[in-house]
Design a binder for this molecule. Sequence first.
Ligand SMILES: [Zn+2]
Length: 151
Amino acid sequence: MTPAELFLPRLERVHELSSGKAGERRWQFSCPGPNHVNGDKHPSAVATETSEGTLLFYCAASCTFYEIVEGCGLKPADAFMTVGSDRKVIAEGFNLTYKEALSTLYHEATVVTIAATEAAKGTLSDTDLNRLYKARHRIEQTYLNTGLKPR
Ligand SMILES: [Zn+2]
């Protein structure tokens, strides 16, 4: 479950806005924070889901992130993606998700398997060999893009 899936059902008068940046989604909602004497009847808060899935809050009446989270009955950590979830980036500063990395590795492993089968039959063409080098390069790039260092 993403932070947006967790928070949005707990908010009132939720209305999706056109997105700002690519990969982001935004919703306007009535703020559950303390700076609205008679309740936030005309929605003054905006939630932004980043491309990494983190949910950010802005309230025009200056309620804080913590006050909005508390008003939803949730914890600050609930606004962030947890390890192993679909949109979590593998390492800080690298915009690569686990799903994207595994998908690439699975695809390239299939290419390697096909090339190995052709090689065993003695029918590996120059085109196949070039594709095999490309697979090696893509696997290496995926590994490097995770930001994970070899031990
Ligand atoms: Zn507010």
